[in-house]
Design a protein around this ligand. Structure first.
Ligand code: ADP
Ligand code: MG
Length: 351
């Protein structure tokens, strides 16, 4: 066997095609990262299939454009809706589609190894399914690892996770907000709620419906949130023209929404996020809590970009709070680091 191995060309000869993949299978976005090349895929976690089949017609940005606009013969959906895999088979098809997309359908000599960040709420069976679909998509059998997203996010944010010292990460994604306290490469305490960016979008939809009898889509609401959304700290008043369907006359209509109104719409969602951070702090063992006084809290995920949220959390907890560099990339960069030092992180991975 040893002598036979000599004739197997080294992985380097195969260049990019044998490169290992780090994947963030997020509820809103899926990202794929390759060492030395960086993020090679960054697409919404949306898939469009022919109705009644698992035949993928489109995935990512193209499929997101179709959301809420498809004829009956096509189903466009987000298979990982609320931080859990809402549709098992579609999630599998989507993951396979993305992995194949970055590999241009090439067949590999040995297949790449993969580390995949998954939501902490995922079950063992779902974890297995994620690994299986990665193997089906060409990963090296037995070499697919899954890691809890908050741990990956902490590693990606550059926190010293291997120290016997607490780090706290708040990851606000589309479907969930996860708060984790990490020490010695392990999660000491983790709390996840099914409230995140999507819930903010829904809150805006409901607010506009209640106040103006105007029905807007969730994608319009997301645009509003990203453009003029903020928490009460931000005193700048901006406004934005929004379009929807008037519920009384039934015709399309445009109106102006101000940032103060968006602010009001988001109050409840933001309250839930503040509360979950409080609960996590209350459950942190005292020695570790003491570390947090100096080190503070780091935020990751797209939701952390909501204007003023870091300041609000800092005021509510009395701790320093900062947003990680490139918060949307933390999980995938963390998974990439784990892949590079697989032996060092092995015990932190989920089996
Ligand atoms: P996931 O890990 O669940 O895939 P992400 O970390 O990719 O989620 O974050 C996606 C969420 O972040 C979406 O709900 C999106 O609307 C929100 N988001 C992205 N940019 C901003 C921004 N500038 N302000 C507020 N929310 C944002
Ligand atoms: Mg995420």
């Amino acid at each position: 066997m040893e002598s036979f191995k000599k004739f197997i060309p080294s992985r380097r000869i195969f260049g990019v095609f044998s490169n290992d993949l780090a994947i963030d299978l997020g509820t809103a976005n899926t990202l794929i990262y390759v060492e030395k090349r960086g993020v090679i895929l960054d697409e919404p976690s949306v898939v469009a299939v022919k109705a009644g089949t698992n035949h993928v017609l489109a995935a990512g940005r193209v499929a997101k454009e179709m959301l809420g606009k498809t004829p009956e013969s096509i189903i466009a959906c987000r298979p990982l809706r609320d931080g859990v895999i809402a549709d098992f088979e579609l999630a599998e098809s989507m993951l396979r589609y993305f992995i194949r997309a970055v590999h241009n359908n090439k067949r590999f000599f040995r297949g790449p190894r993969m580390v995949i960040g998954v939501p902490s709420g995922i079950t063992q069976v779902e974890c297995r399914a994620v690994r299986d679909s990665a193997e089906q998509a060409g990963a090296r059998p037995g070499d697919v690892y899954t890691i809890t997203e908050s741990l990956a996010a902490a590693i990606g944010a550059g926190l010293p996770v291997h120290d016997p010292c607490a780090s706290m990460i708040i990851d606000i994604g589309g479907g969930t907000t996860e708060v984790a306290v990490i020490s010695l490469k392990n999660i000491v305490f983790c709390k996840s709620i099914r409230v995140g960016g999507d819930e903010m979008d829904r809150a805006i939809v409901n607010y506009v419906k209640r106040k103006y009898n105007l029905l807007i889509g969730e994608r319009t609401a997301e645009n509003i949130k990203i453009n003029i959304g903020s928490v009460m700290f931000d005193t700048r008043i901006e406004s934005m023209a929004i379009k929807g369907r008037d519920l009384i006359s039934g015709v399309p209509k445009t109106l102006n929404l101000t940032s103060a109104e968006v602010n009001e719409a988001l109050l409840e969602t933001i309250r839930s996020i503040v509360d979950v951070v409080r609960v996590a702090l209350e459950n942190t063992p005292p020695e570790l809590a003491a570390d947090l006084v100096d080190r503070g809290i780091v935020m990751a995920g797209g939701g952390s970009l909501l204007r003023g949220l870091d300041k609000l959390l800092s005021r509510e907890t009395g701790l320093p709070v900062r947003i990680a560099d490139e918060p949307l990339l933390c999980v995938v960069k963390g998974a990439g680091k784990v892949l590079k030092e697989l032996d060092f992180f092995k015990e932190a991975l989920m089996k």
